[in-house]
Ligand binder design. Structure first.
Ligand code: TRP
Length: 361
């Protein structure tokens, strides 16, 4: 069986370094590993509209931002198909059929939907489109016969729901769809990078994100203002590294070679942590180190972005080409689905002949 990746993001804002360590970096590695037959990366604008129905302009503006973020991280249109969800009408058709295979109770139990309903104060009146977005996500994945879905742990319930839909579909209509596997990030610090203020999640409204498109000076300021250990008041005080955002970021980003380059007094992150815990190591020194590490990681991304920004028409062209390829792939699956569901009336000569015979008798 072919190995196929599908994954994507909602275009509701620029992508930040949480997206980068949590998924983008991995996607580029998977892309360049050469072990996948096809890779589809989707800008999930239709899904973004399920809870932003009244902000079409925001979604529209962020399509190009996310596309630039993708390209600048090293997703390569020669190797990966970058496309926009809403342009693939086949996905809506699939969702319409899958809706017959899922109960309201099952959707209500989906933990991601549950917490998002709370977060958005949708309890009193949930938009149907939002409520059913796990079904639409199953369409995104199955339309491309994806075997592998690299996403964060918060997406686990979505993949589980997709697997159930696939099993149900195949049991009712015959073996047609492929059951996908989730691929979680491998470094624990990358599962969820906290905000610069120490809050659990990076979020635009909390103003606690470091964006991939931030300038070097933005990044430096954000790092120098980061939340550390509030009880670590004087340099001599012993400090905590657990829950200390600067160390969480170092867990996610620092490599052995960074020490030789930027902080040669320490051989490793463990040594740095030990000194911090003992006392005698100031926050500023650690933050300066983190800044150097982040700047090194972000610089090539920033440079690639600058190049693509000079050719925005070219970026739209890449997306349009991606949509064409994605539609072709989804169309093939739809043909099989319609056939399995016995709704392929006009391309099935056997069916027509059978009916001719029936009415001749
Ligand atoms: N739900 C994902 C997010 O919020 C975006 C998404 C839509 C997606 N369809 C998908 C991810 C299919 C993986 C596979 O970021």
């Amino acid at each position: 069986m072919k190995k196929i990746i599908l994954t994507g993001d909602r275009p509701t804002g620029r992508l930040h370094i949480g997206h980068y360590v949590g998924s983008l970096k991995r996607r580029v590695e998977l892309q360049n590993s050469g072990i996948y037959d096809k890779i589809f990366i989707m800008i999930a604008d239709a899904q973004a509209l399920t809870d932003n129905a009244d902000c079409p302009e925001k979604v529209r503006q962020n399509i190009i931002e996310v596309a630039l973020d993708y390209l600048s991280c090293g997703l390569d249109p020669e190797k990966s198909v970058l496309f926009i969800q809403s342009q693939i009408a086949e996905l809506c058709e699939l969702s319409f059929y899958y809706m017959n295979l899922v109960t309201v109770a099952r959707l209500q139990r989906n933990p991601t939907v549950k917490s998002e309903i709370q977060m958005r104060n949708f309890e009193a009146s949930i938009p149907v489109g939002f409520f059913t977005y796990p079904i639409s996500q199953a369409s995104d994945i199955t339309a491309f016969k994806a075997t592998t879905v690299p996403v964060g742990e918060d997406q686990e319930p979505m993949i589980e729901q997709t697997r159930e839909i696939v099993r149900k579909f195949n049991a009712v209509y015959g073996e047609t769809l492929v059951e996908p596997e989730i691929l979680l990030p491998d470094n624990e610090a990358c599962l969820r990078l906290p905000g610069t203020d120490g809050k659990a999640k990076m979020s635009k409204s909390l103003n606690n994100c470091i964006y991939l498109s931030d300038t070097p000076e933005d990044v430096r300021k954000k790092v120098m203002g980061m939340y550390t250990d509030p009880d670590h008041v004087r340099v001599e005080d012993p400090g905590k590294v657990e829950g200390n955002t600067v160390f969480t970021y170092l867990d996610a980003f620092s490599k052995q070679e960074h020490f030789a380059r930027y902080l040669p007094d320490y051989a490793s992150l463990d040594e740095l942590k030990a000194h911090y815990k003992r006392g005698g190591l100031g926050d500023v020194k650690v933050k300066k180190f983190l800044n150097a590490v982040l700047q090194e990681e972000l610089e090539p991304i920033r440079n690639r972005r600058k190049e693509y920004e000079k050719d925005i028409a070219g970026v739209y062209h890449i997306l349009q080409e991606g949509c064409r390829k994605a539609q072709e792939a989804a169309g093939e699956t739809l043909d099989e689905v319609r056939k399995a569901m016995k709704i392929n009336y006009f391309d099935d000569m056997d069916l027509i002949n059978e009916q001719i015979k029936r009415f001749q008798q």
